[in-house]
Design a protein. Structure first.
Length: 451
């Protein structure tokens, strides 16, 4: 990185950043209080509130959102007449899955092979630290030239919409000229990237029932309708032979026009086993950024260990459907529910329950804020030009903010590049990415203030 005062300040702050991220990662802030204590999430929220307070933020509040979680808010006043920028991150994290599969404990930040490992290190507690680093660098080099609002969500990973509903009920709270969402990532480590689109999502729980109770598979199997087999048929109907998502009435042939994702690079990023084919048709970019994708997140059925020779009376599954930009998530959910009902065999009783939902998002990359970010990234990443890419994941709040504030520019950056393995075991963050993106954000705020 070329020498400049902001970059030098950020570099000097990296040991502090590592210490702070270590403290944040230690909170088991999974916003599923059936799995993890509420006190872990509250501890993380209070840590962030204290960090904002120490940086001179005012009006700091722990917002009780309708889904029973807390979001942290703070306001840092800038010069009179300055623009206002909202910085977003979230402190809740995905469960660590199989803790035994982690090389080191998931809630301990551990440095290994030049990366910092721990749940939430990239997604998105590292985003909290990125915002703090950028603001500290500006304060040490002439001051923060804009009004800054910070909002750190407590339930983004659950998709329960607490902050979305809160924002709709208090629309004045998050008003800003520009919003920087720190929950995306570079297309490739070292390649500065803004995320231009996000897929929306819907979560549906499916219950299939066929019998009053389980039956002996020898005495009744062959004629008694098996609920688990019926559920498997339903789930299989959601994919074509090549693995493409097939929901009746939902377009699955949209194309991505822009930065492409090479097949071999995707195989390596996804760690696809040798000899296993990629699924779907079209380019990889089409499949992960522009088309719907269904995933079976879990099935409730007897585990193999301890299973008895029984015909199952009931079975259920949790299904995620990623919805591409241009497709309404509400309508996609209705199509998914109708598809499930239409493809349930043998007259089995089927019911669906909507668990979560969020709309897709498309940014205006021609806006002045993007020009300011491009200039900043060119300095933070010497020799590289800013790229625009899609992201297959969802940040439902983006569409809520875009609806509430149609004149506001929204940029998505972050630490979740492919090597970070967010949502998987051994999640990690690159300290080099943290450093460069913190510099980029600081320079962006300075550029945007002058634009």
């Amino acid at each position: 990185m070329s020498s400049n005062p902001v970059a030098e300040t950020v570099a000097s702050l990296m040991p502090r950043a590592k210490a702070e991220l270590t403290e944040l990662v230690a909170f088991k802030s999974v916003a599923d209080f059936d799995q993890y204590p509420r006190s872990e999430s509250e501890g993380a929220a209070n840590w962030i509130a204290d960090a904002l307070r120490s940086e001179g933020f005012q009006d700091i509040a722990l917002l009780d959102t309708p889904d029973g979680t807390q979001s942290v808010y703070g306001f840092l006043p800038g010069p009179e007449g300055a623009k206002t920028v909202l910085l977003y991150a979230h402190y809740d994290v995905q469960p660590p899955l199989d803790e035994a599969a982690w090389t080191t404990p998931p809630f301990e930040l551990v440095e290994r092979d030049g990366r910092w490992y721990g749940r939430g290190s990239a997604d998105c507690k590292g985003g909290v630290v990125m915002h703090l680093l950028a603001l500290r660098a500006l304060k040490a080099n002439g001051g923060v030239p804009v009004h800054v609002k910070v909002i750190v969500e407590g339930s983004e990973e659950q998709g329960t919409g607490g902050l979305e509903r809160y924002a709709e009920e208090h629309p004045e709270l998050l008003t800003a000229d520009t919003i920087v969402i720190g929950d995306a990532g570079n297309f490739r480590a070292g390649l500065p990237t803004v995320t231009a689109t996000l897929r929306g999502m819907t979560l549906v729980r499916v219950q299939v029932d066929t019998l009053e109770g389980n039956l002996h598979s020898g005495q009744f199997g062959g004629a008694a309708p098996d609920a688990l087999a019926a559920l498997i048929r339903v789930l299989d109907s959601l994919r074509a032979k090549d693995g493409s998502t097939t929901v009746d009435g939902l377009a699955g042939d949209l194309a991505w026009d822009g930065l492409q994702y090479e097949d071999q690079a995707f195989r390596e990023d996804a760690k696809v086993l040798d000899g296993v084919e990629l699924i779907g048709s079209g380019t990889v970019a089409d499949r992960v950024w522009a088309r719907p994708a269904v995933t079976v997140l879990g099935i409730d059925c007897p585990p193999v260990v301890g299973a008895t020779p029984s015909v199952q009376a009931g079975a259920r599954a949790l299904i995620s459907l990623r919805v591409p930009p241009g497709v309404d998530a509400v309508e996609a959910t209705k199509l998914l529910e109708a598809h499930i009902e239409a493809h349930t065999p043998w007259g089995a009783r089927v019911s669906t329950e909507r668990i979560g939902q969020g709309q897709a998002f498309r940014a205006d990359t021609s806006s002045p804020a993007y020009a300011s970010m491009a200039q900043a990234m060119a300095v933070a990443y010497p020799g590289q030009e800013m790229q625009s890419a899609g992201m297959g994941g969802s940040i439902p709040l983006c569409n809520t903010l875009a609806s509430l504030y149609p004149q506001t520019e929204i940029l998505l950056i972050g630490l979740s590049e492919p090597e970070a393995q967010i949502h998987a075991v051994n999640e990690s963050v690159s300290p080099d990415e943290l450093e460069r993106l913190s510099v980029a954000e600081a320079l962006f705020l300075r550029n945007y203030a002058a634009s």
